[in-house]
Design a protein around this ligand. Structure first.
Ligand code: SF4
Ligand code: SF4
Length: 449
């Protein structure tokens, strides 16, 4: 629920196919209109680094108002936006249907789409977004890639920083030769026909992260679903396009949406639910794709059938009840609710999921960790991301109490694990970072995956 408004926010389609969308004067007028409202409002002062940059920029100007701020100085404000959507979804009382009609994140997106069109997005930054190509290549020689990308590797990481723009200290995900899709070809968990939810069918959209970087998220989710009577299929046509969205490449996102939807939709027509494993990707399927290609009817149907993985398991627990077999974990858990899960307006599903584990000692942290997909690993953003994340690192570490930490967003989880390590006092016990709360649920069920 947003602060200060009882109306559900409405989001307008993104008008990227209209040439006026790229009109720089119109963009500047809109930036000034929105920034002026934000400067007077300031509710979002602590959400991210965009707003403090904006407010300092205006406060430190000659008149203390927007009229004495040069438009070229807006860029750092835009650059600090991770497109987490929190200001729109949780804070802003001026989003449509309010007459001010504010959509701060989509305005940042428009700025980036214009930068992209003008050729102002660097090649290195764009190469980072090619998750399928990178995942396939890195997986072919996973041990070497993982050695080279380890942040303790003083030989390769400085080179990666100069060539690829990845900060040399940023923790990076590992790659696997045996992807989630390859693993599903070898084994399928036995479906428990006696479970209360038996009869449900779901198709799992593997997502690039679970497929190339952490297949355990997928296999654990599949094992839990099978134990609960859900028959699953797994598909991975390609990445959802979130990395391209971050750079304003809306045409690529639209293409990807159509390709992925063409594979998923036949399942929906056969009565399958759709489950996405990473909240950023679920947000794309549910909300961003239909706004980017509103004319594409497939996307609307798909959006209605899509669940985040935690949301789906909690849905089973509420409607049919979970299958027996959960036991307490061998230690406490801190769970982080990711921005892109919060932006789905579905409630605290990862926390609800963890509360299904008997006697769980749970700490829930609901605040931006400062990661923001590929944003937080870039050399110009990493330190800002670590600064934004400090309160999250402290709350998740919880004075050394939890045995496990998990974020719904596996990339945020890595960043939080790194932050906790950096902040830990000597001798303080460090929690184990697990890549997703479903791993802990599979553990509580005693399932192998
Ligand atoms: S979308 Fe997120 S990062 Fe961007 S301005 Fe809003 S709160 Fe800040
Ligand atoms: S986005 Fe909305 S809530 Fe946030 S500072 Fe601007 S006007 Fe205020």
């Amino acid at each position: 629920m947003r602060e200060g408004s009882l109306d559900a926010p409405i989001r307008h389609p993104i008008d990227w196919q209209n040439p006026d969308f790229y009109d720089e004067e119109a963009l500047d007028a809109e930036l000034r209109r929105v920034f002026d409202v934000c400067h007077g409002c300031r509710r979002c002062f602590n959400l991210c680094d965009s707003f403090p940059r904006l407010f300092d920029l205006i406060d430190d100007s000659e008149s203390g108002e927007l009229d004495t701020v040069a438009s070229k100085d807006f860029k750092p404000v835009v650059d600090a936006c991770t497109l987490c959507d929190l200001c729109f979804m949780t804070k802003c009382p001026y989003v449509p249907p309010h007459e001010f009609n504010l959509d701060f994140p989509h305005l940042m997106l428009r700025y980036r789409a214009i930068e992209l069109k003008k050729g102002e997005v660097g090649t290195a930054a764009r190469q980072l977004t090619e998750t399928d190509r990178n995942g396939k290549m890195a997986g072919l020689m996973a041990p070497v890639t993982n050695w080279a990308s380890d942040r303790r590797n003083g030989l390769t990481r400085p080179v990666m920083q100069s060539v690829a723009g990845i900060h040399k200290e940023a923790e990076l995900p590992k790659f696997h030769g045996k992807t989630f899709i390859k693993r599903t070809k070898d084994t399928a968990p036995t479906v428990n026909k006696e479970a209360p939810a038996s009869g449900r069918k779901a198709v799992i959209y593997a997502t690039c992260f679970a497929n190339y970087n952490n297949p355990d998220i997928g296999t654990a989710a599949r094992a839990i679903l099978a134990h609960n009577g859900v028959e699953t299929e797994v598909v991975y046509p390609e990445c959802c396009g979130m990395p391209q969205l971050e750079h304003g490449d809306l045409a690529r996102v639209s293409e990807k949406a159509d390709k992925v939807a063409s594979v998923l939709l036949p399942y929906v027509e056969k009565g399958y639910d759709v489950i996405a494993l990473v909240p950023s990707c679920t947000l794309m399927l549910k909300f961003e794709w239909p706004l980017i290609a509103p004319e594409n009817e497939k996307l609307k149907t798909l959006a209605q059938a899509t669940f985040d993985v935690s949301e789906y398991i909690v849905d089973i627990a509420r409607k049919e009840g979970l299958a027996d077999g959960l036991s307490p974990l061998d230690g406490g858990v801190s769970v982080h609710l990711a921005c892109h899960a919060r932006a789905q307006n579905m409630g605290q599903k990862a926390a609800e999921l963890m509360k299904l584990i008997p006697d769980v000692e749970l700490k829930v942290v609901e605040r931006c960790s400062g990661h923001g997909g590929s944003w937080g690993i870039q050399k110009e953003n990493f330190e800002v991301g670590m600064k934004i994340g400090r309160p999250v690192f402290r709350q998740m570490a919880d004075g050394g109490k939890p045995k496990y930490i998990a974020s719904e967003c596996p990339l945020a989880g890595l960043h939080i694990g790194q932050g906790i390590q950096a902040q830990a006092k000597e001798g303080e016990p460090l929690p184990e970072t697990v890549p997703h709360p479903v791993i802990l649920m599979a553990k509580a069920y005693g399932l192998s995956y």
